[in-house]
Design a protein around this ligand. Structure first.
Ligand code: GDP
Length: 294
């Protein structure tokens, strides 16, 4: 779907070979190409522009060693700057032993419930005692879905299908989990098709009541520019700690990762790559830069 940006860059910088130094004129044209490719990969227009300006400053004046291919050098600068823009290195989630409460939020269909199951699975494999709480009081199907996942991975799911008070339900679940000696509690919450005031009030009330050690915002990478707007609205209300980017097994380039990081300034922590419980990775900026460059 996308032309390989690395190759495109190398092609446009070939003329630089043997010229000694990279000049402003050399880079301007080719970096336009990079900007276009970033926007095609769903990177926000303004973010792409700032990025290109930064790369230009880094690239202009760089000595082109005769032994080194200058196009590869620019590709490396672009790659390293992309990774830096996404935080540079992987950021772990905050875990405690007393116990750790992880709140999972996002729009309906973003992949919240699937992610909650995957995270439970990952942490259980690391030897933690995990319990899931089904906090969606609106959709009985969401409770069933989490229960099925819980059975698959051998993690207990707390639910109260009759309770219509989400805050109370989650508090009850935490009390229950603590009574069982669980040290990791993952709270899956209700999502909506679009952000609405009631939903935001509910999730902020839950957060206030339970003081989670980690609040994660789950977003579908296929939603492109909308992902950034949604992230911003959730962050304004919820002040989350990290972002989970889902459905990266699709044909999206993942440029939303760059825009989200730049706009909300919160680290991306996980990427979800499929429907299987094992399809979850810690977010690595370097790997994402590789993916965006193609
Ligand atoms: P929720 O409404 O936010 O809880 O979203 P769900 O967890 O129910 O996910 C919505 C749909 O997306 C389901 O059909 C999931 O199987 C699917 N899904 C979730 N995560 C991924 C992913 O990483 N890759 C793919 N391909 N599908 C996913």
């Amino acid at each position: 779907m996308f032309e390989n940006l690395s190759e495109r860059l190398e092609r446009s910088f070939k003329i630089l070979k043997g010229q000694g130094k990279i000049t402003e004129i050399n880079v301007a044209e080719s970096l336009k190409d990079v900007r276009r490719a970033l926007i095609e990969a769903d990177v926000n227009y303004k973010v792409a522009k700032t990025f290109i300006d930064d790369v230009k400053v880094k690239a202009v004046g760089t000595e082109v060693l005769t032994a080194v291919n200058p196009s590869q050098m620019i590709v490396k600068i672009v790659h390293d700057e992309l990774a830096a823009l996404m935080g540079g290195k992987a950021v772990e989630i905050n875990l405690k032993d007393s116990p750790s409460i992880i709140l999972v939020a996002g729009l309906q269909g973003s992949g919240k419930t699937t992610f909650s199951g995957k995270l439970a699975n990952m942490l259980k494999k690391k030897g933690r005692g995990v319990m899931l709480i089904a906090g969606d009081i609106y959709r009985p199907a969401a409770i069933d879905q989490l229960k099925i996942l819980g059975e698959q991975i051998g993690v207990e799911v707390y639910s109260e299908p009759e309770n219509k008070n989400a805050v109370q339900l989650v508090e009850n679940g935490i009390k229950y989990a603590k009574s069982k000696g669980t040290n990791t509690i993952i709270v899956d919450t209700a999502g909506r098709l679009a952000i609405d005031e009631q939903m935001m009030q509910e999730i902020t009330a839950i957060k206030r009541a339970i003081s989670p050690s980690e609040t994660l915002f789950v977003v579908d990478s296929m939603t492109g520019q909308d992902a950034v707007n949604t992230a911003k609205e959730f962050n304004d209300k919820l002040d989350f700690d990290g972002v989970v980017l889902t459905k990266l097994d699709g044909d999206t380039r993942g440029g939303a990762a760059i825009s989200i990081r730049a706009v909300v300034n919160k680290p991306l922590k996980f990427v979800s790559n499929g429907e299987k419980m094992e399809a979850l990775d810690v977010f690595h900026p370097e790997r994402m830069a590789d993916r965006i460059l193609g």
